[in-house]
Design a protein around this ligand. Structure first.
Ligand SMILES: Cc1ncc(COP(=O)(O)O)c(C=O)c1O
Length: 463
């Protein structure tokens, strides 16, 4: 063991690795540098970043304008208590108002997506009291705290429930998951049952205060709802006087082509939460953006929430620079052009690999759902396998890709293809070439059905 390996081992021994058994936190790869769409380990081996780290480094690594803004603020005034106004908060609010959907006009700043959702929950419950129930969906992730994990559908909630680390009053609605429709229906004959069922749920449940949804589901599948979905949901919320919270922690910041994913469907939520891309992940910020109606309510009510690091000047200093960089990048037309290229290439990849059941997504936000049998949609692994000792197929593919210099995130059934928005066509080719080779791990164990990908992939029929 050399000196570097010894230091990494010491780190792992004395720190907790996230979301894993600690026996799997022994020898994390040491990353020494990152620039553009690449990161480099201590042996200078490059890895193409095909997931923008955790779907947050949307502008790539080492963006000069953002780094300069942070340095300037660090030199000027890194911290002051949230009860004071700062030039950093004035500039951050100003920049945000130029980019969030119209109608959202008042912001709370925290330091993570989880906290952005926690604040949303408290605001909604105060605003809607005595109604308190929150409806979420099974394919969702909304945060790590007791509240955030309770309205999370993915396997992490099950562990938190067993440990009694959850809150009361959360219910789950069906997903807009056409590839495996919970009602066994087919779009468009389905009449968008997954959306309409919410009306029934709200009325039968009673005391519902709000619904929280990821407009395009992130970690749990890059699920893009049918075109009619959100206008139906907005109408159901209005008719039942229920607040609509859109969680854009991952889907925001031009990842889907629009500044915020919900803008693809021309509706405005009552609350929008975001984080990650708001600073391109250069500093930790969570944002809870609310409508004027909610803002007015709190004129005469205590906003019962806050943190020492709320409105943190150093953290907020990255927001105006990031907003300016996003606008500049979108004006070049590169992300729009490359997203179409990526989509075309992913469909072609699916034609070459039997293990790809579904290809779905939008913009720079794609899922490859990996299956053992394309015809029956039999998966290699299921949600319950996620935190067992089983070596999941998606992790095996991601491990193979890492060996060959390609990084992407994997979940129990999907690969996350969500590169930084600065990626070029050549870099997409480079990534997909390595990905293609890595998929042979799954192809070897997949059933040879001869069924073309276009037959099973639901979204290719719509786009
Ligand atoms: C949709 C969504 N909401 C909330 C969160 C939690 O954000 P954070 O990890 O910054 O607490 C995440 C994190 O991945 C997310 O994807």
């Amino acid at each position: 063991m050399n000196e570097t390996e010894r230091k990494v081992n010491e780190l792992a021994k004395h720190s907790y690795g996230t979301w894993r058994r600690q026996e799997l936190w022994k020898t994390p790869i040491l990353i020494k540098d990152a620039e553009g769409v690449y990161m480099y380990d201590d042996k200078d081996k490059p890895y193409l970043d095909f997931s923008s780290q955790l779907m947050c480094s949307n502008l790539g690594h080492k963006n000069k304008a953002i780094i300069e803004a942070i340095i300037k603020q660090a030199e000027k005034m890194p911290y002051i208590a949230p009860g004071f106004a700062t030039e950093a908060s004035i500039a951050a609010v100003d920049a945000l108002r130029s980019v969030v959907p119209r109608g959202l006009m008042k912001f709370f700043f925290s330091t993570s997506g989880t906290e952005a959702n926690e604040a949303a929950l408290k605001l909604v419950r105060q605003y809607k009291a005595p109604n308190y129930k929150i409806i979420s969906r099974y394919h969702s992730y909304h945060g790590a705290t007791a509240a955030g994990i309770t309205f999370t559908g993915d396997p992490r909630r099950t562990i938190a429930e067993r440990a009694r680390c959850t809150i009361q009053g959360v219910r789950f609605a069906p997903d807009a998951y056409c590839y495996r429709c919970p009602f066994g229906l087919k779009y468009p004959d389905c009449n968008i049952q997954c959306a309409r069922y919410l009306d029934y749920m709200i009325k039968e449940e009673g005391n519902v205060a709000g619904i929280i949804v990821e407009p395009v589901v992130g970690t749990n599948g890059r699920i893009v709802p049918p075109p009619e979905y959100f206008s139906i949901i907005r109408q159901i919320c209005d008719e039942n006087r229920v607040m609509l919270i859109t969680d854009e922690v991952m889907s925001g910041w031009f990842r889907t082509g629009k500044a915020f994913a919900i803008e693809n469907w021309n509706i405005t939520p009552d609350i929008l939460t975001t984080a990650k891309g708001c600073t391109a992940a250069y500093t930790p910020v969570g944002i809870t953006a609310t409508s004027e109606k909610i803002a007015e309510f709190f004129e005469q009510e205590t906003m019962d929430h806050g943190h020492t690091y709320a409105f943190h000047p150093l953290a907020l200093s990255a927001i105006p620079a990031a907003v300016a960089e996003y606008k500049k990048l979108m004006d070049t037309g590169l992300p729009r052009r490359v997203s179409k290229y990526l989509q075309k290439k992913l469909y072609e990849l699916a034609d070459q690999h039997e293990c790809i059941g579904d290809v779905r997504g939008i913009g720079h936000f794609w899922a490859l759902e990996i299956v053992k049998n394309r015809e029956t949609k039999q998966p290699f692994d299921v949600r319950a396998d996620k935190f067992t000792h089983k070596a999941l197929m998606t992790n095996r593919i991601a491990g193979e890709a890492m060996k060959n210099g390609l990084y992407f995130a994997a979940w129990y059934d999907t690969l996350v293809i969500a590169p930084p928005l600065i990626i070029t066509e050549d870099q997409v080719d480079e990534g997909l070439n390595t990905l293609g080779k890595s998929l042979s791990v799954a192809d070897k164990e997949a059933v040879s059905t001869g069924v073309p990908a276009s037959k099973t992939s639901e979204y290719s029929k719509r786009t």
